[in-house]
Design a protein around this ligand. Sequence first.
Ligand code: FE
Length: 172
Amino acid sequence: MERSGRRTRRLRRAVATAAFGVAILLTGVMTASGGAEKAPGACVPTAGDAEGPFYKPGAPVRASTGSGLSVRGKVRGAPDCRPLPGARVEWWHANAAGDYDDAHRGTLSAAAGGEYSFTTDIPGKYPFRPRHIHFKASAPGFAPLTTQLYLRGGETSVTFDLVLSPSTPPSR
Ligand code: FE
């Protein structure tokens, strides 16, 4: 009786251990498939922001609109983060006096890996706004993005990735 009781307990423990193992396996499988659906490393589109009244189309193609601040980043496509070579990046910001002028407008094409970079003056402040640089980014097959990069002041370099949304959401 004593011996068979011990055997039963041992058997019960073995069954419990096996069940626990199966549960762990199932959890692993479920996590893996959930992760696949979510696409690990998926890119979240950059939030849009106000264009403001000072955008002018046709800013010259150049990599410098001043000095003191280096701005770089990558233009990518959501949801898979693919680099968007040739994407058009436009920026404009206020001068030291806080006024918008043509000297602080530029256009660039993203490089083969989606990279862009330019140097510029530290954007000036104007009433009721933190220092900022306005951006527009566009690429074929993606919705144009208009946004702003905010600066604390005192930065000499900043990184700002621009993630665009597909112009037609992928069908499910
Ligand atoms: Fe502005």
